[in-house]
Design a protein around this ligand. Structure first.
Ligand code: Q46
Ligand code: ZN
Length: 314
């Protein structure tokens, strides 16, 4: 198998693009896709971005590429206190912070709330992933706004988006269906802007990029992940992709087109029906936001705070 660009030995075949590439040309191809996605969909709008990092391949790849493309981006990491998994993922995040010489804000749930994410889930009477989602959303939003950044970037890839979309369609969860987008706009200075620059890059491409760029990421999945359904959806979509290359990207791009048409007809916003938390001033569905209710129920005297890990000072 030869590289379609330079004729050297290829390391990856990309059926969706009907091409095969060597390591160097694959790196250029992948970076160009991310750069184009950012430009075409105005993901950054010249703002100062911050990347939500977990230690996994997607978020670390995103963080690395942005800095390589000349976009100075710092990171946010939530330490969930899940034993070895959290220790290892924090180590990978710090290692990347050192490689890029960028700052990362760390929110340590055990330190601040006094419980790890499983303990928090029990207090909130939610499953761990739901509690985790709430804490991460709060922390991303708050760090972004408090520390003067303009947009939070996350590492969601094409497979994540296609499988979520597929699941929403299968069960016709209309409430969720039209909420997926490449960006979520800033609202009233209390809800930060969000964007997903890897939206059109598949999981396989992202993993290949991470490997050829020697990005040291955590291979293990979070031990609390039970989302068996999304794995099945990913498998089904990969099966379809094998028979008909390019289906996943057409599915997601088609959705984006439909969404654009829909938006032209109705005004919609994630902050709809949202008020302001009487304690912290950030968005809330009731008098107090879910994070402030959690802090009240946990017997902690701590205030919400972030550790600033600065490789230059470490
Ligand atoms: S980190 Fe958090 Fe995931 Fe672990 S607890 Fe669930 S949501 S599975 S991506
Ligand atoms: Zn609050």
């Amino acid at each position: 198998m030869k590289c379609k660009v330079c004729g050297r030995e290829a390391v990856i075949k990309l059926k969706a693009y009907n091409t095969s590439l060597c390591a160097d040309d694959f790196i250029s191809f992948f970076e160009k896709r991310v750069e184009e996605t950012i430009r075409k969909y105005s993901l950054l709008k010249n703002g100062r971005p911050i990347v939500a990092v977990s230690g996994g391949k997607d978020s670390l790849t995103l963080w690395y590429i942005l800095n390589k493309l000349g976009v100075a981006a710092d990171g946010i990491y939530v330490n969930l206190g899940i034993g070895e998994y959290s220790l290892n993922s924090l180590e990978k995040v710090k290692k990347m912070a050192q490689r890029l010489n960028r700052k990362v804000y760390i929110f340590d749930v055990c330190e601040i709330v006094g419980k790890n994410i499983e303990g928090i889930a029990r207090i909130m009477k939610r499953v761990p992933c739901s509690a985790c989602g709430m804490v991460k959303r709060y922390v991303m939003n708050r760090v972004c706004l408090d520390m003067g950044y303009d947009v939070v970037l996350t590492g969601h890839n094409l497979d994540d988006e296609a499988s979520a979309l597929f699941g929403n369609l299968l069960y016709w969860r209309e409430g969720y269906l039209w909420k997926k987008d490449l960006t979520l706009e800033e609202k009233d200075g209390r809800l930060s802007r969000k964007a997903k620059p890897l939206f059109l890059c598949s999981e396989r491409e992202t993993a290949a990029y991470a490997i050829v760029s020697r990005i040291d990421y955590i291979y293990e999945e979070c031990p609390l992940s039970f989302d068996a359904k999304s794995l099945v959806y990913k498998e089904v979509l990969n099966r379809i992709e094998e028979i008909s290359p390019g289906t996943k990207i057409a599915f997601v791009k088609g959705y984006l087109k439909m969404l654009k048409k829909r938006k032209a007809f109705e005004e919609e916003g994630d902050g709809k029906g949202m008020g302001v938390c009487e304690v912290c001033g950030y968005p809330a569905r009731g008098l107090r936001c879910a994070m402030c209710r959690l802090m009240e129920k946990s017997d902690t005297s701590k205030q919400i705070a972030f550790i600033e890990y600065n490789p230059e000072e470490a």
